[in-house]
Design a protein around this ligand. Structure first.
Ligand code: HEM
Length: 505
C-alpha cells in the first residue's frame, strides 16, 4: 500500500514538474519581470495591480529596459513588452511564420466569443489584402460622397443652438459621424440611403462597443471560466450581428447570382466595399456564405470605428483647450480651399491640421500596438529568445512620451510635426504626416500589419475637423478640461468636460 502511495506521489510530482517546465512562467524566466516578482503567487498580485496601474508598470519597464524586452503579469498570461527602435525593426522584419497578429487579436478581443471568425478555409488575413489597395484607389472617387456625408452628419449632430456635449456624449457623436461616413462606403445605396438607416448604423455601433466591452469583461476571468461567461457575451454580441444581417442580406442576395457567381457592375451600380470583398473571396475560392460575409463586414466596422471616433474627440478637446491654434488652422484650410476647392490632394496640403491631429493622437487615447503571438521560438537582434506560445506587444505610449524622440514630450505642441516636415526639405507632408509609420510614432502599429485603414481614417478625420472648424466655435462650457483615464495600459478620454458647439456667423 505504502509502495502504491509512494508511486502515485512520484508520478504526480513528475507531472507537476514537467508542467512547470512547460509553463510560460518557467520558459520566460530569462526575461525580466516588472510589477511583481516572477513567482506564481506574486504574479497574480502583479496582475491585479496591472488593472489599476498598468500604464505605470509599462512606463517603469520601458525606462529600465529600453530597446529591449520585459514582461508584465496579467490575469491570463505574461505579456512580453518590446520597446525602442531596434526591437521595432525586429518586429517589422519578422515573418508571419514566427509572429501571428490574428492569434494575438483572437486573444485580446476574445474573438471566440465576441465574433465567429471567418471560415477556417482561408488564411484570415485576406480582409487586409483586399482593403489595402482598393481603399486607397477608391478614396479619390468617393471623396465628394464621403465629404458630403461627413458634412451632413456634423450638421445633424452639432447643429442644435447652444449644443453642449459631455465627453461621453462627444464620443457617441463622433462615432455616429464616422459610422455614417464608413458605411456610406461599406454598403452604399440603396441600403444606406433608405432614411440613412439608423437601425442599421446603431447595430453596427453597438457591435463595435460590445466586442470591446465583452472582451474586457472576459479577460477578467481565468481561461477555464471563460466558456461559461462567454455564453452571455456571445448572446449579446450575436443579437446585434443578427440585426445587421437582416439589413445586409437583401443587398448580398442581390449581388450573389444563383449560379454562385457575382453580379457584374455597370455605371449605375457603383461598386462598394462589399463588392471588393466578394470579388476577393471569389478569387480565393472562399465560399460566399452570407453569415461569413456579415462577420467580415462587422470586423471591419469594429476596426474602423472606435479609433477615428477617439482621435476626433481628443482633437476637439484640444481645440477647446488650446484655442491659440484655431485661427492659424482655419486660415490654412480657407487658403487651400480657395486655391483648389475640396479634394483629396487639398487635404494633403493642410499640414497644420494634419500635425494638430497627429499631436492629438500622440498624447491621446490608445494603448499597445503590435500585438502578436509567437508561433515559433523567436530570437531578437539582442540575442534574447521569446518562446513559442508567448504574447508580445509594443509600448507605444512611453515611446510617444520619450524625450529622446520628441522635444518636451509631455507638452501639447499642435504644430510639432509641421516644423519637423519643413526641416526635411523634399519630404514635406510625407515623412511627418499623420499616416507615416516610424519607430517614434506607433499609433498605427508596425510593419506589414500596420493599420491598412490609416489613409481612409486620416482622410475622414481631416475632413471632419476641417468642417467643424469652418462652421463652429468649440469651447468648454465651464473651464474644466477632461483628463485621460487609464484601464490597464490603455488610455481613454475621461469624463469631466462639457464642450459647446456654437455655429459661426
Ligand atoms: C484613428 C483610427 C485608427 C487607428 C488609431 C488604428 C490603429 C490600428 C492599429 C494600432 C492596428 C494594429 C497594427 C499592428 O498590430 O501593428 C490596426 C490594424 C488594423 N486596422 Fe486600424 N486604426 C484606425 C482606423 C482604421 C480604419 C478606418 C480601418 C478600416 C477602414 C482600419 C482597419 C484596420 C485593419 C483591417 C487592421 C488589421 C491589420 C492587419 O491585420 O494586418 N483601421 N489599426
Amino acid at each position: 500500500m505504502l509502495f502504491v502511495l509512494g508511486l502515485l506521489f512520484a508520478v504526480l510530482s513528475a507531472c507537476l514538474f514537467f508542467k512547470f517546465l512547460n509553463s510560460s512562467t518557467y520558459r520566460l524566466r530569462h526575461i525580466p519581470t516588472v510589477g511583481s516578482s516572477s513567482s506564481v503567487v506574486w504574479s497574480y498580485i502583479g496582475a491585479v495591480r496591472y488593472y489599476f496601474q498598468g500604464h505605470k508598470m509599462v512606463q517603469e519597464g520601458y525606462e529600465k529596459y529600453h530597446d529591449s524586452v520585459f514582461k508584465i503579469p496579467t490575469m491570463s498570461k505574461w505579456l512580453v513588452v518590446l520597446s525602442g527602435p531596434r526591437m521595432c525593426d525586429d518586429l517589422r522584419r519578422a515573418s508571419d511564420h514566427y509572429l501571428s497578429q490574428i492569434d494575438a487579436l483572437t486573444e485580446v478581443l476574445q474573438l471566440k466569443y465576441t465574433a465567429p471568425l471567418p471560415s477556417p478555409d482561408d488564411d484570415t488575413n485576406f480582409h487586409i489584402n483586399f482593403l489595402r489597395a482598393p481603399l486607397g484607389r477608391h478614396l479619390v472617387e468617393y471623396h465628394q460622397d464621403i465629404r458630403m456625408e461627413i458634412g451632413q452628419a456634423i450638421h445633424d449632430v452639432f447643429d442644435v443652438p447652444g449644443k453642449t456635449l459631455s465627453t461621453t456624449e462627444l464620443l457617441y457623436a463622433t462615432t455616429r459621424i464616422f459610422a455614417r461616413a464608413n458605411h456610406r462606403l461599406f454598403v452604399g445605396s440603396p441600403l444606406y440611403w433608405s432614411g440613412r438607416n439608423t437601425d442599421y448604423l446603431r447595430a453596427c455601433e453597438q457591435f463595435a462597443s460590445n466586442v470591446f466591452l465583452g472582451s474586457q469583461f472576459l479577460l477578467l476571468f481565468p481561461r477555464v471560466l471563460r466558456p461559461i461567461f462567454g455564453l452571455f457575451v456571445k448572446k449579446v454580441v450575436f443579437r446585434t450581428a443578427k440585426l445587421v444581417k437582416r439589413h445586409i442580406s437583401p443587398l448580398l442576395e442581390a449581388r450573389l447570382r444563383k449560379d454562385g457567381n457575382l453580379m457584374k457592375y455597370g455605371e449605375e451600380n457603383q461598386a462598394i466595399l462589399i463588392d471588393w470583398m466578394l470579388s476577393e473571396m471569389q478569387n480565393r475560392h472562399i465560399s460566399l456564405d452570407i453569415d461569413d460575409i456579415v462577420v467580415r463586414v462587422l470586423l471591419i466596422n469594429f476596426a474602423s470605428l472606435s479609433g477615428v471616433a477617439a482621435v476626433l474627440s481628443d482633437s476637439l478637446v484640444n481645440i477647446a483647450s488650446y484655442p491659440e491654434y484655431v485661427t492659424q488652422i482655419r486660415n490654412e484650410i480657407e487658403d487651400v480651399l480657395e486655391e483648389e476647392g475640396w479634394s483629396r490632394e487639398a487635404l494633403a496640403k493642410m499640414v497644420k491640421l494634419d500635425s494638430f491631429m497627429k499631436e492629438s493622437m500622440r498624447l491621446g487615447a490608445g494603448g499597445f500596438t503590435g500585438n502578436r503571438r509567437i508561433l515559433r521560438d523567436f530570437t531578437l537582434s539582442n540575442g534574447i529568445t521569446i518562446p513559442a506560445g508567448s504574447y508580445i506587444t509594443f509600448a507605444n505610449r512611453p515611446t510617444h512620451n520619450d524625450a529622446r524622440y520628441h522635444d518636451h514630450p509631455t507638452e501639447f505642441q499642435g504644430f510639432r510635426f509641421v516644423e519637423q516636415t519643413n526641416e526635411q526639405e523634399g519630404l514635406k507632408g510625407e515623412k511627418s504626416s499623420m499616416v507615416s509609420l516610424s519607430h517614434d510614432f506607433l499609433a498605427w502599429g508596425l510593419g506589414k500589419h500596420a493599420c491598412p485603414g490609416r489613409f481612409f481614417a486620416s482622410h475622414n478625420l481631416k475632413l471632419a475637423l476641417a468642417h467643424i472648424l469652418l462652421d463652429y466655435d468649440v469651447e468648454f462650457a465651464v473651464d474644466a478640461k477632461p483628463r485621460h483615464i487609464w484601464f490597464q495600459a490603455v488610455c481613454l478620454l475621461g469624463p469631466g468636460g462639457n464642450l459647446v458647439f456654437k455655429k459661426r456667423k
